[in-house]
Design a protein around this ligand. Structure first.
Ligand code: PLP
Length: 411
């Protein structure tokens, strides 16, 4: 059995909600392929379309805008590659992709693959020291290359720092230049208000396992006017852009989890902000500890960060030692950098924010979620001073390690 008693890694994956588990389990007792014409198939289709409607209603989308996928990575790939191919086919000079430097690897690697294999030009949009998109840099990019840009991709909120991105301004600028916008909202849906229709974005990715559905299901919300070329080819399901037999159990679980998370979002965000603020205050009471990302200026719904994420830099301590110490105390957290086989890898997000290799080595992320309690925060507050002291002692006595600029992925 796991020794974790306090799970503070909800941004990596969160527990399945009872509503989602019930919908999933119920569907497992059924048979029928939604594409089959017999009664069992038609019933499966009806249950799938109900899930689609439920998901769309929770996120201010039209049912026809929902494309079910296997998760966030697939949704991001479909948005970036699908929109790029379709745009370039319609307007061959649109070969550029403007992507924020702090995107998840699912976006960065998809765009990088297009650059390596399909003649795309990848423009990384810079962020400030707080991890928030440099909007004037986007404006300058669009002024110079707007006519040659196929798609802009800027995430709703960052998975490492929790920084919310100015999606509304991105949409206004990109649309003025005739460029569609994709946003990776994998960390945002269910945690902050996300309204697809009202946001103006052309495509939005979400992932089930970040909000209480099982791993292996997600969705891309895409406006019908946005051309999308398929990434996978086959039976032509999901508007012809995502072939494969539809996973009704996953779709129903996703719809149930999203509905529950969205219904509880406001109250839950208040609760998590309270817990997070207490955790951050306990951490910042120690010397040499700083909070990354936008400052916590107000704990209101308009604050520029996710309510449950706290990303800390612990001066003079290595993240692997901190994680080990916390793990020994029964606490699961995550780092923004990792040491593998003696080679230090820096998070591309922290590098983009201008952090030094030393700072990147000392990054620790706590992420709270729907099962988090005050006892979890109390446990961190009690354990952290000792864990930090021990990690700093180990750091002071260790031999210098090689540092590379290789980056690694953080969920
Ligand atoms: C911001 C972001 N985008 C995309 C993904 C990938 O989602 P999935 O794990 O569902 O493939 C993650 C998960 O770590 C994420 O945090």
């Amino acid at each position: 059995m796991s020794g974790t008693r306090h799970y503070l890694d909800h941004a990596a994956t969160t527990a399945v909600r009872p509503e989602a588990a019930a919908a999933y389990a119920e569907e497992l007792t059924r048979v029928g392929n939604p594409s089959s014409l017999h009664a069992a198939g038609r019933d499966a289709r009806r249950r799938l379309e109900e899930a689609r409607e439920q998901l769309a209603a929770a996120l201010d989308a039209e049912p026809a805008e929902v494309i079910f996928t296997s998760g966030g990575t697939e949704a991001d790939n479909l948005a970036v590659k699908g929109a790029y191919w379709a745009r370039r086919a319609a307007t061959p000079e649109r070969v550029r992709l403007a992507v924020s430097a702090v995107e998840h690897h699912a976006v960065l690697e998809a765009a990088g693959w297009l650059a390596a294999h399909e003649g795309a030009v990848l423009d990384l949009l810079p962020v400030g020291a707080d991890g928030v998109l440099d909007v004037p840099a986007l404006q300058a990019h669009l002024d110079a290359h707007g006519r040659a840009t196929a798609v802009v991709s800027v995430m709703w909120a960052n998975n490492e720092t929790g920084a919310a991105q100015p999606v509304e301004r991105v949409v206004a600028l990109a649309h003025a230049a005739g460029v569609p916008v994709h946003t990776d909202a994998v960390q945002a849906v269910g945690h902050v208000p996300v309204r697809f229709g009202a946001s103006g974005v052309d495509a939005l990715s979400l992932s089930g396992h970040k909000l209480g559905a099982p791993v292996g299901v997600g969705a891309l919300l895409a406006r019908r006017e946005l051309g999308l070329s398929p990434v996978e080819h086959g039976g032509g399901q999901e508007r012809g852009v995502r072939s494969g037999t539809l996973a009704v159990a996953g779709a129903r679980a996703l719809a149930a989890a999203v509905s529950a998370a969205v219904a509880e979002q406001e109250a839950e965000a208040d609760r998590l902000r309270g817990l997070r603020d207490r955790l951050v205050a306990a951490a910042l009471a120690m010397p040499g500890v700083t909070l990354s990302g936008p400052p916590i200026t107000s704990s209101g719904p308009d604050e520029a960060r996710l309510p449950g994420t706290a990303h800390l830099t612990i001066e003079g301590a290595d993240a692997d030692a901190l994680l080990f110490g916390l793990d020994m105390a029964g606490i699961a957290a995550s780092s923004g950098s990792a040491c593998q086989a003696g080679v230090q890898e820096a998070s591309h997000v922290l590098v983009a924010m201008g952090c030094s290799a030393e700072q990147a080595r000392s990054a620790l992320r706590f992420s709270l979620g729907w099962t988090s309690t005050a006892a979890d925060v109390d446990a961190v507050a009690a354990a952290l001073p000792g864990v930090v002291e021990q990690a700093r002692r180990a750091h002071a006595t260790r031999r210098p390690r090689p540092t590379t600029t290789t980056t690694r992925s953080v969920s």
